[in-house]
Design a protein around this ligand. Structure first.
Ligand SMILES: [Zn+2]
Length: 475
């Protein structure tokens, strides 16, 4: 047996031999074929870029790896081994197209020319940090009189997975075009049963339901259900939501929740809510009878926060003696945004002994709400400010008599404190007259669509015209 020594010299000798050249040539052809096939079968967007836009995994997009060649294969049509390099660059605060191109060795002539070409289509100052990306294709340059290391072949400004501006070098300089795609949606069904020791979120995630659909689900039921206290093993949920795709089939993330249901054993009740856009163009969720799900006020302003102290008599944690607790405490980290529980006018913003930083909002002739122990107020929310339900008014803190960061939340009805968790609140929107008929027809179609999406019923799918849902009524 001959021992093979791999050294630089051996490799050099090898290259000089004809059989190695034949091998190299056939290897190159294989490589070329592979690239052409993979280019045809997939979308024309590099996989790294697709990942970066996937809302579920976008957080893992590392800033440190900001400048990295994502492939060197796109230059394949410019000639074999042309060394074309492709970079995917995340735009950061302070970046400009010029500085980003300069960082990878593009010379000022190319920068000037490409900027001039892009300008009529896209204002360079509209480049947004953290969301926009650049895809840059370059070729190495050996003889340059302006310190340029590479020649710019093309530049793509990726504004979103469905909108990009593409500038390509041609014989007559750079040519810039916009590329827009439609958003196409597909309805998906999800469901689960809460088991002992699992939360609704855990079950939903295990069923493949995206996080922002779960958030929307909580939001839709937040007026009726206290997810900290009302959910028990055996409770069931169902949801139908959109998944969005671009024209070339690239997954863009999840869309709206169209239907959501929750069966609570403790209440012997199933809540079924349907998305509907009313005649005024306002989107809301309604029960089967057209009663609006949203209420004047939210019982729990911070979704998913743990209740650390209930309404009623208790031993005060700081004072040590028994005192009526006129609100509900929600434990949340300092700085957690506090949304207004309902629309209304800010009537107090300031310091109150015991309460610390405190805001009171008057919603109508009957209801007011109050928020205490805030670390700070949102600067644009002042006395007299008209706020909308869900608008951020301040941030969780531990100011005043408090043992740790939490929101102390009060509902005052006709001047008297009531228990936020048990008070019956009026619905904001109920459908009536003509709208009931429109809603009922949509509701029935949504119900049918949901059944059709059940794997066990899919064989009947072609018997029902599932395209008959009027998308306009949902948006
Ligand atoms: Zn409290």
């Amino acid at each position: 047996m001959k021992k093979i020594n791999i050294s630089r010299q051996n490799i050099k000798k090898c290259i000089a031999k004809p059989h190695f050249q034949v091998f190299l040539a056939s290897f190159s052809i294989c490589l070329l074929l592979f690239f052409i096939i993979s280019k045809q079968s997939g979308s024309n967007i590099p996989p790294k870029i697709q990942d970066a836009f996937d809302p579920i995994i976008s957080t893992s997009n590392s800033v440190n790896k900001n400048i990295r060649p994502i492939s060197s294969v796109n230059g394949i049509f410019d000639g074999m081994f042309s060394n074309t390099k492709e970079y995917a660059l995340n735009v950061k605060t302070g970046d400009s197209i010029a500085s980003m191109l300069s960082n990878i060795g593009v010379g000022y002539t190319d920068i000037l020319e490409v900027s001039k070409s892009i300008n009529p289509v896209f204002k360079l100052s509209d480049l947004r940090p953290d969301t926009d990306k650049l895809i840059v294709r370059v070729k190495p340059l050996n003889d340059s009189d302006e310190k340029a290391k590479v020649k710019l072949i093309s530049l793509e400004i990726v504004k979103s997975p469905i909108y990009r501006i593409i500038s390509t070098k041609t014989d007559d300089g750079f040519k810039t075009v916009e590329s827009k795609s439609n958003i196409n949606s597909e309805l998906v069904r999800g469901e689960g049963i809460i088991e002992k020791g699992t939360s609704l979120t855990q079950v939903a995630v295990s069923q493949g339901i995206p996080y922002n659909v779960i958030d929307k689900f909580y939001e839709i039921f937040s007026f009726d259900v206290d997810f900290e206290r009302d959910i028990y093993p055996g409770d069931k949920f169902q949801v139908m939501y959109e998944q969005l795709y671009s024209d070339n089939g690239e997954y863009l993330g999840s869309g709206e929740v169209i239907f959501a249901s929750l069966y609570l054993n403790s209440r012997h009740n199933e809540f079924r809510l349907f998305r509907y856009k009313n005649e005024k163009g306002v989107v809301g969720y309604y029960d089967e009878n057209g009663k609006g799900a949203s209420k004047t006020l939210k019982k729990t302003p911070i979704n998913g926060a743990r209740i650390s102290s209930k309404y009623g008599n208790r031993k005060h944690p700081v004072l040590g003696y028994s005192k009526a607790h006129k609100g509900v405490d929600f434990a949340a980290p300092t700085g957690t945004p506090i949304p207004a529980a309902g629309s209304g006018k800010v009537v107090f913003r300031g310091w109150i002994n015991g309460y610390g930083n405190y805001i009171k909002i008057r919603h109508n002739g009957t209801y007011s709400t109050a928020y205490a122990h805030m670390s700070r107020f949102k600067p644009d929310v002042k006395v007299g400010t008209q706020v909308k339900q869900g608008q951020i008014i301040g941030y969780v803190g531990s100011t005043g008599l408090s043992t740790g960061p939490h929101l102390h939340y009060e509902i005052i009805k006709d001047g008297i404190h009531v228990n936020p968790l048990s008070v019956k609140l009026p619905s904001i929107q109920n459908l009536s007259g003509n709208e009931i008929a429109k809603f009922t027809s949509l509701r029935d179609k949504i119900n049918i669509q949901f059944v059709v999406l059940d794997k066990n019923f899919s064989q009947f799918a072609n018997l029902i015209d599932i395209k008959s849902i009027d998308v306009e009524l949902l948006k």
